[in-house]
Design a protein around this ligand. Structure first.
Ligand code: CP
Length: 352
């Protein structure tokens, strides 16, 4: 049996974890779910503090990290950087002059045993700047930094998705199954991060990937697509890109992940223009419906990271129906985050 140790490690994206580390986190998360309030987990963070920086809003991430810290015997503190005096990158959102990330990071590392950071596209001017800022914090900290969603990646969401997909596959790995990741219309101008993480992680774990979206406006970044292709090639699985057909991808799908994401010029045109475009009548068929799900494999499940834009991304019939596993996935955020904190902060080792 191999012992997997992640003590002191950051978690920025699952793509930077080894497959053993991914499997170790998932194995521990399943154990923690099964035996949620067992004494063996209850003191892993006893009297210790986890700090959370939220540049952007959250429901699930904040509450599940707080619950995770509590269930491990510690405490999570929350702060929005707009309430600090940080030197920011984006005028109008955060002060341009102020304290450096270097100083804030160094001080937080003196108080806490780990830090989580959320920084999405609306807090920065250019694609990737959120991820750069998160890595800048990590550079100056000698405690684990956990990505709570940046403008490229959302590792905890990806792991919670996979855990849910396995739960609904008799708790077995989903290697060989097919995931349809499809763009959906909507008025929320959604981030790339959950979509990227799903594509990267599921291609890594041996699923066939179908990626569907309406047109060139919604191309995903080239480096992400290249990595997904590479992951599929390494696993000898299929990667299919479907442009312009909202139905084709459903055939033979085992999981359908129907979610809006903003266009590739979002950082230039802004949220209002993106919403106007994404709600245009020409995209009316880009919604997950029961009729489309019937074209998929018999037990096909609907997955989504939430919040769901019901009646835009998916009909209520599917979202709240028997195919939907979104609530299990949302619950899994708690279990995977507990597992990540236990392994990276408390140094719990897992045997594989
Ligand atoms: N899925 C997710 O990250 O949800 P929140 O934005 O509510 O945290």
């Amino acid at each position: 049996m191999k012992k997997i140790s992640m003590k002191g490690n950051d978690v920025v994206t699952t793509q930077e974890l080894s497959t053993d580390e991914i499997e170790a986190i998932l194995k521990l998360a399943f154990e923690m779910k099964k035996d949620r309030y067992a004494d063996k987990w209850a003191e892993l963070l006893k009297r210790k503090t986890f700090i959370m920086f939220f540049y952007n809003p959250s429901l699930r991430t904040r509450q599940s990290f707080e619950a995770a810290a509590t269930e491990l015997g510690g405490h999570a503190q929350f702060i929005e950087p707009k309430a600090m005096r940080l030197r920011g990158l984006k005028k109008g959102n955060i002060e341009v002059a102020g304290e450096t990330i270097h100083d804030a990071a160094k001080v937080m590392a003196r108080y806490a045993v780990g830090i989580g950071i959320r920084i999405l596209e609306t807090s920065v001017d250019n694609y990737g700047d959120g991820n750069k800022i998160l890595r800048e914090y990590a550079k100056h900290m000698d405690i684990p930094v956990i990505n709570m969603a940046d403008d490229i990646y959302h590792p905890c969401q990806g792991l919670a998705d996979v855990m849910g997909m396995r739960m609904h596959n008799n708790n077995l790995p989903t290697r060989g199954k097919t995931l349809l990741q499809t763009w959906a219309k909507g008025a929320l101008a959604r981030s790339y991060c959950s979509v990227h993480e799903s594509l990267l992680l599921n291609s890594r774990l041996g699923l066939n990937i179908k990626l569907a979206y309406p047109d060139d406006n919604y191309d995903l970044p080239d480096d992400i697509i290249e990595q997904v292709r590479k992951n599929c090639k390494e696993n000898k699985t299929k990667f299919e890109l479907i442009k312009g057909d909202p139905e084709k991808g459903y055939t033979e799908a085992d999981y359908v992940y129907s979610r809006n994401w903003f266009g590739k010029d979002f950082y230039q045109i802004g949220k209002e223009a993106e919403i106007k475009r994404a709600t245009d009548i020409k995209y009316k068929d880009w919604i997950c419906t029961e009729e489309k799900m019937k074209k998929a494999n018999k037990d096909c499940k609907f997955i989504h990271p939430m919040p769901v834009d019901e009646d835009s991304e998916v009909t209520r019939e599917v979202n709240q129906g028997p195919r939907s596993i979104i609530l299990d996935i949302a619950e899994n955020r708690l279990h995977v985050q507990k597992a990540i904190m236990a392994m990276t902060i408390a140094g719990l080792e897992m045997g594989l």
